[in-house]
Design a protein around this ligand. Structure first.
Ligand SMILES: O=P(O)(O)OC[C@@H](O)[C@@H](O)c1c[nH]c2ccccc12
Length: 243
């Protein structure tokens, strides 16, 4: 694993988990239904990410709220929120704030221990296959807490691992977490196997233009996850999600 990931895991271990959050009995928001609605409205379903690292600094809560509202206004089907503080400059608070915009929220973090799952409420939670966690156990634990797991893969081997679990949503990360290189070909190579298995498929990372977006949809993406490009200007979502 890249030393960056080692550093993130080490910092997380040193911090320890945040206090467990009790889940209010409010309705859960469904990514699959929200993506279907975007499609009906003639839009490419995009999960728009709040990624402070793209700006090189932490965000004030008013800024998080502004991004989240803009993402909703420009037709995002969900919001992804980085909650990892040391490298990605995210926070649990950002997830709570973003959820007020009304869209399903995906919590993005480096989850390697089950207690981390209860730190904050989200509709979906990212589980990274490359972290070598017991995916079956974490998929079940996430559902027990009322969150839908999104299992992220980057190789054929990780894809087989993800498909062997009960996961219904799989993300193919075009960014290699070891080298940090981005290649949209990764999605094109791995998507057919997942399509055959009938899971909901997310193309993650490296989408910067309408051409990139269409390319991922043609390759079989049910939704795209876009961060860096939208942090530079959330209004760009309005160009990226046009079919
Ligand atoms: O900024 P990009 O290239 O649009 O990528 C967004 C998202 O896919 C990326 O932030 C991401 C994908 N998987 C992750 C795992 C951890 C942290 C971050 C990520």
């Amino acid at each position: 694993m890249h030393s960056l990931i080692d550093g993130i895991l080490e910092a997380s271990r040193a911090r320890g988990p945040a206090a467990t959050e009790l889940w209010p009995a409010e309705e859960r928001r469904d990514l699959v239904a929200s993506a279907a609605e975007a499609k009906r409205n003639g839009l490419i379903p995009i999960i728009a990410e709040i990624k402070p690292k793209a700006l090189g600094r932490t965000l004030a809560q008013e800024e998080v709220a502004t991004y989240a509202r803009a993402y909703a206004q420009y037709g995002a089907c969900a919001i992804s929120v980085l909650t990892e503080p040391t490298h990605f400059k995210g926070s649990l608070e950002n997830a709570r704030t973003a959820r007020r915009a009304g869209l399903p929220v995906l919590r993005k973090d480096f989850i390697f221990s089950e207690v981390q799952l209860s730190e904050v409420q989200a509709d979906l939670v990212l589980l990274i296959a490359a972290l070598d966690i017991d995916l079956d156990r974490f998929v079940a634990a996430a559902r027990d807490l009322g969150m839908e797991p999104l299992v992220e893969v980057h190789s054929e081997k990780e894809m087989e691992r993800a498909l062997s679990t009960e996961a219904r949503i799989i993300g193919i990360n075009n960014r290699n977490l070891k080298t940090l290189e981005v290649d949209l070909e990764t999605f094109e190579r791995l998507a057919p196997r997942a399509r055959d298995a009938g899971v909901f498929l997310v193309a993650e990372s490296g989408v910067h233009s309408p051409e990139d977006a269409v390319r991922m949809v043609r390759a079989g993406a049910d939704a795209l996850l876009v961060g860096t490009e939208l942090m530079a200007g959330p209004e760009r979502l309005g160009e990226l999600n046009r079919l």
